[in-house]
Design a protein. Sequence first.
Length: 79
Amino acid sequence: MTITGDEPGATVVPYENGPLLIRGDFTLMTPDGQVIEPGRATVALCRCGKSAIKPFCDGTHKAIGFRAGSTRDSDPPRD
Ligand code: FES
């Protein structure tokens, strides 16, 4: 399956050694329900944990040598 970015809803793409890219129709919220305005239609969310502007990526993952794959490492959980 190829993602074009025109799909309904949102797509989440884990970039190798980098952030999660979110595109489409999404709402970003804090755990207590406050909306976080992304300010753009596509956002990069930090998954290295070191960004100074969490939940957004600020590029720090490159400086710290963050390593993570872009594909699923194991089978998805079953119900
Ligand atoms: S993934 Fe980019 S700063 Fe964390």
